[in-house]
Write a protein that binds this ligand. Structure first.
Ligand SMILES: C[S@@+](CC[C@H](N)C(=O)[O-])C[C@H]1O[C@@H](n2cnc3c(N)ncnc32)[C@H](O)[C@@H]1O
Length: 334
């Protein structure tokens, strides 16, 4: 199903639905991931049902998770400088907007120029709706959201913009770090191929910092990140007819020094079998065996410079938060 509407004034946000993860795909991804050897995996994009999106919002406010506050400080201080580096009329697309709270600073900074279209692109319908509620009062912005995978949504936005409009793509919150290894460069290259020369990408990236600080950020005292992680099993139970016993899995956050990433896993607390009805599979887990659910890569400045080049961008400028080392990078498509 796909529909598109035009928004005028302060009416409701209009959403185009680009079918992303049909139940079939979800079942296939779960089956493929749980059959992987030697390490079972589940794709992190499935964290974000309504409960997962709500839990992520809480995580972003936890004392241990300094990342969101760092980027909020950067954007609140530098949004005008950022948008001043872009010439002409701008259309804004945001990949995985979440509630879009931090995005307000960028959008308000653009209000000094011309009325602007803002396109949040979200896999989570509840995050997309929250984003609309969060930002609808900004008078110079028309919000047209896409319930879609990142690049399918971006293709739509790119196809709709006017010839003279420059695209500013926001990819905030170090979500790029959820792509492991070479997948991040491959993703950025695909993203670049959708853009025109001169379009811009504002990329938020969490920087390397002491291991204890990093691990605490993904293993908070309140246990919210653990709930966020285990909610994935609850979602699979509900949507795919599985029989995961959540009390038999514990949340694990570990730092992988080789890949410079924090990994989240779910560790089996006993030898057990789990059946995922709609995926047509029964899997066995050993005592202590883990299912790898998320990677959060941490960056060095040198690595980001190399990534920009490899993906076909010029690193135009960067803004760094010293309190919680985090960088917002402005890259221009070459
Ligand atoms: C880590 S959260 C970051 C949210 C927000 N950008 C921030 O900085 O706080 C990632 C967001 O991306 C969305 N997301 C995850 N995978 C996605 C995908 N493949 N396509 C579109 N959205 C996705 C999630 O629903 C979630 O809201």
């Amino acid at each position: 199903m796909c529909f598109a509407l035009k928004r005028e004034g302060n009416g409701p946000m209009l959403t185009t639905l680009i079918p992303a993860n049909t139940m079939n795909e979800f079942a296939l991804d779960v089956r493929r991931g749980l059959q992987k050897k030697p390490q079972k995996e589940l794709p992190s994009k499935y964290f974000y049902d309504a409960t997962g999106s709500a839990l992520f919002e809480v995580i972003s406010q936890l004392p241990e998770y300094g990342l969101t506050r760092a980027e909020e400080r950067l954007l609140s201080r530098h949004a005008k400088e950022i948008v001043d580096r872009l010439e002409g009329p701008v259309v804004v697309a945001e990949l995985g907007s979440g509630t879009g709270r931090k995005t307000r600073f960028v959008l308000e900074a653009l209000c000094g120029r011309q009325p602007t279209y803002y396109h949040p692109i979200e896999i989570s319908p509840s995050a997309l709706a929250a984003c609309e509620r969060e930002l609808r009062d900004i008078h110079c912005i028309s919000i047209v959201g896409f319930e879609s995978e990142y690049l399918n949504g971006l293709l739509e936005v790119a196809a709709r913009r006017e010839e003279a409009e420059q695209l500013l793509v926001l990819f905030l919150g170090s979500t790029i770090g959820n792509f492991d290894g070479d997948a991040s460069i491959a993703f950025l290259r695909r993203l670049r191929s959708i853009l025109r020369e001169g379009d811009a990408l504002l990329l938020g990236a969490d920087l390397l910092k002491p291991v204890e600080t990093l691990v605490r950020a993904y293993n908070d005292a309140l246990g919210v990140t653990g709930a966020f992680n285990r909610n994935l099993l609850l979602r699979i139970n509900r949507e795919l007819g599985a029989d995961f016993d959540l009390s038999q899995f514990e949340h694990l956050a570990i730092y992988n020094a080789e890949t410079h990433s924090v990994e989240m896993h779910l560790r089996s607390l006993k030898e057990q079998e789990v059946t995922i009805g709609m995926a047509g599979v029964t899997v066995s887990l050993r005592f202590g065996e883990t299912i790898w659910t998320e990677t959060s890569h941490k960056y060095s400045h040198a690595e980001l410079v190399r990534m920009a080049k490899e993906a076909g961008f010029r690193a135009e400028a960067q803004w760094v938060d010293r309190e919680w080392p985090f960088v917002d990078n402005l890259w221009i498509a070459q």
